[in-house]
Design a protein around this ligand. Structure first.
Ligand code: CP
Length: 320
């Protein structure tokens, strides 16, 4: 039994998109769309009444944390938002004991964001079936619900992603968003994923094995159907020298002029939060090609789908 999929093939936790079957990914997207009404807003259900979600974010978040909370409320769940700064973590409690404390209070679902790669697999190992875990962003390694919402957005606006050229640009090395987007797009059949960024921010050669690597923005976005810009993550660059943002913007900012290199019908994506004027020009962020706010909206539907799917196994087997 893997940490994520049980022997019967059911999803136990959502820790990573890596290794997920295409069928499972498609099912999650179809489920997400089933919650969306014609006006794009999500309907309310009582599907998960009497279940409890705890949001435990050891790193800051707006989109993911709020949409997990809203998704849970749309499904009829109760929600606990742990304020880490004011929790007993400040008295020296380990992160694992904080999570154990919540499961002891019968929290069903833990939405966790943490800076350390491997932390969530460790939690899944230690807590077993005591709670269901959703990875809401882990170190550099993954942000699976973001990957799913990115895939849903591409599917709804461009079809595909089979047959599309998708460029992911920026600080690839430190980006969990890039890793999960790459996994989502390749699982769903995209054969032309391009990655580009300054040399120091490109990943190791053995990562993104099927992506085409570019050393310049122009080459990466030429003819692309989708251009995904990544945030310059100053908090993850703290150990190195302060990045020269003006120099970065000169070479790598997606400007209206550079956008003319992409396909005429290309869309622009960004996971948020944006550094306007650094990786993306204001006019591009707010321009007709931008689907950035649609990505945010899709986050709610995707997170509803993920939680409902995960709780199916619970309904079948109960805890433990
Ligand atoms: N895209 C994303 O994860 O945004 P937040 O950090 O605001 O959750």
């Amino acid at each position: 039994m893997s940490r994520q999929i049980d022997d019967a093939g059911h999803l136990r936790h959502l820790l990573s998109l890596d290794g997920l079957e295409r069928e499972m990914v498609e099912e999650l997207l179809e489920r997400a769309e089933s919650y969306q009404r014609d006006d794009g807003r999500c309907q309310h259900t009582t599907e998960l009444l009497n279940r409890t979600l705890a949001n435990v974010f050891f790193e800051p978040s707006t989109r993911t944390r709020v949409s997990m909370e809203m998704a849970a409320l749309h499904l009829g769940m109760d929600v606990v938002n742990l304020d880490i700064e004011r929790s007993s973590r400040s008295k020296g409690e380990s992160a694992l004991d904080t999570l154990r404390t919540l499961t002891a209070m019968d929290v069903d679902l833990l939405a966790i964001r943490h800076a350390e790669d491997g932390f969530l697999a460790e939690v899944a190992k230690e807590l077993g079936d005591e709670a269901v875990i959703v990875n809401c962003g882990e170190g550099h390694s993954g942000h699976p619900t973001q990957g799913l919402l990115d895939l849903l957005t591409v599917r709804q606006t461009k079809g595909g992603p089979e047959g599309l050229a998708i460029a992911i640009v920026g600080d690839i090395a430190h980006s969990r968003v890039a890793r999960s987007a790459y996994q989502a797009f390749t699982i769903a059949g995209c054969e032309d994923v391009r990655i580009a960024g300054p040399d120091a921010w490109m990943p190791e050669e053995d990562e993104f094995p099927r992506a085409y690597r570019h050393e310049e923005l122009d080459g990466a976005i030429r003819g692309a159907d989708v251009v995904m810009m990544l945030r310059v993550q100053r908090e993850r660059l703290a150990q190195g020298p302060e990045p020269d943002l003006d120099a970065y913007a000169a070479d790598w900012q997606l400007t209206p002029q550079r956008m003319t290199l992409a396909d005429d019908e290309a869309i622009v994506m960004h996971p948020g939060p944006m550094n306007r004027g650094v990786e993306i020009h204001d006019e591009v962020a707010e321009g007709p090609a931008s689907v950035i706010w649609k990505q945010v909206a899709n986050g709610l539907a995707v997170r509803m789908a993920v939680m409902a799917k995960l709780m199916e196994r619970y309904h079948r087997g109960g805890k433990g």
